[in-house]
Design a protein around this ligand. Structure first.
Ligand code: GH3
Ligand code: MG
Ligand code: MG
Ligand code: MG
Length: 303
């Protein structure tokens, strides 16, 4: 695991120095001296913990905390208030703004270290939980749940930007026969190899490969039209041909092959904006194309 990153926010340079000294060795330390600088830094690079002064020269720490918690990309980052506010009402205000903990100045260094350690442990667990919830255990690729999220997100983006969004749906040919012949563990291994072949065929960091179910995978390709998606499908099929994973009981070839269906949003018939269409329609269209690829003889792409 990478060293955690701590952002210290205080308009008093002496205070930053004291905290940085106390927390040395617990992670990489950055600092900000007002509220806007703090918000700029958390957006530029998401930290693992923020130590936040309540009283800042521009916007208050409470406001910084509220804005962070309202942003899904930052909501998991624990915030500890380190402030001169002493009243229970102030502590309540901090907690209501979304803070995880509240320390009053002057600080006790061992107490600061202990509380930081606790929040970093919580953050590491949250990160693990998020990653596990988004990942398919067998192949290590994204799972159905993160694909559904990516589809909603990219669909909205395509509507905003007018850029096409392509979806490729892929299914292993005669995979039941593969399991029957080689056994289920070998089948699992085969699925990992197919996932690797697909993953190695993607060229943009924004492309999303996910295991959709059993022996079915999807690839979501933002800013990609039908011919771009066909290129990706051709690369996957060519890698599988090169890998030549033996499949003695396939009725299509002597190695493992896949069939691929492609759908693009907006569809050719609909013009640039196609309001009224739902993202599920894209999945359905790709599934129909996949079915056509199977009907046409498998080991091929249909669009
Ligand atoms: P087609 O060419 O029409 O796709 O035929 P097929 O045999 O691949 O299709 P079918 O849907 O009948 O079979 C899919 C098989 O995939 C059946 C199921 O046992 C297997 N399968 C699904 N998930 C897993 C898995 O996680 N591991 C293994 N080893 N097999 C799986
Ligand atoms: Mg201050
Ligand atoms: Mg299937
Ligand atoms: Mg199949």
């Amino acid at each position: 695991m990478n060293a955690p990153e701590l952002l210290l926010v205080d308009d008093d340079p002496g205070m930053i120095q004291v905290m940085a000294g106390a927390l040395k060795g617990m992670g990489r330390i950055r600092f900000a001296m007002d509220g806007h600088q703090a918000l700029a830094k958390v957006h530029e690079h998401v930290p693992d913990l923020v130590l936040l002064d309540g009283d800042l020269p521009d916007i208050s720490g409470f406001e910084v905390c509220r804005r962070m918690k309202a942003d899904p990309a930052l909501a998991d980052v624990p915030v500890i208030f380190v402030t001169g506010y002493l009243e229970p009402a102030d502590e309540l205000r901090g907690l209501e703004a979304g803070a995880s903990d509240f320390i009053t100045k002057p600080i006790s260094e061992p107490l600061l270290v202990a509380r930081v350690r606790t929040q970093l442990r919580v953050k590491a667990l949250t990160d693990t939980l998020r990653a596990v919830a988004a990942t398919d255990g067998l192949t290590g690729q994204a799972n159905r749940r993160s694909f559904d999220e990516a589809l909603q997100r990219e669909w909205a983006r395509a509507n905003r930007t007018g850029q096409p969004l392509a979806l490729l749906m892929m299914d292993v040919d005669h995979f039941k026969a593969y399991n029957d012949h080689y056994g289920h563990p070998a089948g699992d291994d085969c699925l990992r190899r197919v996932a690797d072949a697909a993953s190695d065929s993607l060229r943009r960091p924004t492309d999303v490969l996910a295991r959709y179910g059993g022996e079915e995978f999807v690839v979501l390709l933002p800013n990609t039209d039908g011919s771009g998606a066909e290129d990706v499908a051709a690369r996957i099929q060519s890698r599988l041909r090169d890998a030549a994973l033996p499949h003695a009981t396939s009725q299509t070839a002597d190695h493992v092959t896949v069939s691929v269906g492609i759908a693009v949003y907006p569809p050719r018939s609909a013009g640039p904006a196609a309001p009224g269409l739902a993202p599920e329609r894209l999945t359905q269209a790709a599934d129909e194309a996949l079915y056509a690829a199977k009907q046409a003889g498998r080991d091929r792409t249909w669009r």
